[in-house]
Design a protein around this ligand. Structure first.
Ligand code: PFF
Length: 450
């Protein structure tokens, strides 16, 4: 069996974990949720969810991974031999596999839109709804784009923890932050952008309903990559001197920063064009934005070209760093459980995910009639993963850390054997035992009822 590697540096650990967290969820899903849930009021609730639930749950995943130095399934099995808790490890790896299968579909769309933008096709005045519908329902193009994206992910994973994941994160994350900076500045310069800023900054608390709160918790979990085995797997590569609470805070701050800045890129742009709606749903970045870029920069098309190409590059980088964490969660298990080489493990995972990915992709076209409870294959995957397995997994992680694991072991892991001060430990422990599981359970029940 191959020797197990660690991340070479603390910065590498933070950037790789932040790479997992920063993804389509930030640039694509967060602005969509903000648009659908009334703007600033949603952001306010979201920030509370990140601080109160997200960071403590992330610390718990980190401590499970780092303590065991094993893939997620073995981690739970080691900590709870012969007990039912092991199911959470299996669910974590399974859900990562499921999510990767449909994540590559949207990521493939992103790659396609980047190529379209670079080749100047997005600048031509077109019916963008038709462009999008024709593309996603084509049986070949989106599959090819998804396969190309999977190829990129596979290439990085096959190179290993340090030369693949860590090195690529150290390159891609700063580049991603740089692109965001450029786009925010460009977006602020657009005429009418102040309406977008007002939408993002001025909360209207009458908009806060139970549903807004539930969407915020769900979004926080997805965005921070919680309960899917990814952060647990990455933490298994952390060194013994990595500070877990500090890393969890750092990753959450970067993730939230990118999500809010994505809002600052998208909404001023959207508000600068009359008659475009902010609650266009998932079509926001693939239908509304090309239209907005085209109109807003009609006087200086070259700026539109640069803006849209950078935007899709940003989306692609974000998707790639998240996809490698999903892939690694499954690959680490295959590699360690079946004693095969990393290359072989990665190939098995890539091929299996791609096979399911083809089904997800076709569900927008020739297989769109294949439905269950009114959902196509893509939607079934998303629903099962993010609405069922994820919340249950989140609750189990809280109960496992708060009620099953020895409190001394938890404290010792979070303080690196007592060498660090973690003044908020009692608060953390209270949250993980009571607040977080109850809040997630409330979301889960409400989602199911609705
Ligand atoms: N956090 C990623 C995003 O915001 O897009 C998505 C994701 C990555 C979810 C990795 C889960 C995961 F394990």
């Amino acid at each position: 069996m191959e020797t197990r590697h660690n991340f070479g540096s603390k910065l590498g650990a933070v950037l790789a974990s932040a790479g997992s967290a920063v993804g389509l969820g930030n640039v694509w899903r967060f602005p969509t949720e903000v648009g659908n849930n009334g703007g600033a009021a949603f952001i306010f609730i979201y920030l509370i969810c990140i601080a109160v639930i997200g960071i403590p749950v992330m610390m718990s995943e980190f401590l499970i991974g780092r303590h065991t130095h094993a893939n997620t399934i073995s981690a739970f099995a080691k900590l709870a031999p012969g007990k039912w808790w092991r199911i959470e490890g299996i669910a974590g790896v399974f859900v990562a596999f499921l999510i990767l299968s449909y994540y590559i579909v949207i990521s493939g769309w992103t790659l396609f839109y980047l190529i379209e933008s670079l080749s100047g096709h997005l600048q031509a005045d077109r019916d963008y709804t038709l462009v999008f519908d024709n593309f996603v329902s084509n049986p070949w193009l989106p599959v090819l784009a998804g396969a190309a994206f999977m190829g990129l992910t596979h290439f990085i994973i096959a190179r290993g923890v340090q030369s693949g994941i860590e090195r690529s994160s150290k390159l891609m994350m700063p580049l991603l932050l740089f692109i965001i900076g450029i786009l925010v500045v460009c977006s602020f310069g657009m005429p009418g952008s102040s309406a977008g800023l007002r939408f993002l900054l001025k909360p209207d608390f009458s908009k806060i309903t139970a549903n807004v709160f539930l969407s915020a918790v769900g979004q926080a979990f997805f965005s921070l990559s919680l309960a899917m085995g990814c952060l647990c797997t990455y933490a298994s590569y952390f060194r013994h001197d990595t500070k877990l609470p500090k890393t969890a805070v750092g990753v959450s701050v970067i993730d939230t920063f990118v999500a809010i800045l994505s809002g600052f890129i998208i909404f001023p742009a959207v508000f600068s064009v009359e008659g475009v709606s902010v609650d266009a749903g998932p079509g926001l970045v693939f239908i509304t934005l090309p239209h907005v870029f085209n109109i807003a920069f009609s006087h200086v098309p070259v700026l539109g070209y640069i803006f849209s190409s950078f935007f899709y590059l940003l989306l692609l980088l974000a998707a790639l760093t998240s996809a490698i964490s999903l892939h690694e969660s499954v690959t680490a298990y295959v590699l360690e459980a079946f004693h095969v080489s990393r290359r072989r493990a990665a190939a098995i995972v890539s091929i299996a995910c791609m096979t399911l990915g083809v089904a997800c992709s076709l569900s927008f076209g020739v297989w769109s009639d294949l439905t269950l409870f009114g959902m196509n294959i893509f939607e079934i995957f998303d629903f099962t993963a993010s609405k069922i397995i994820l919340p249950i997994g989140g609750i189990i992680i809280c109960l496992f850390t708060g009620w099953y694991l020895d409190r001394k072991m938890v404290e010792s892991e979070l303080t690196n054997g007592g060498t660090l001060r973690f003044r908020l430990f009692r608060l953390y422990y209270f949250i993980i035992r009571y607040v977080a599981p109850l809040a997630i359970a409330a979301v889960f029940v409400q989602e199911l009822l609705s």
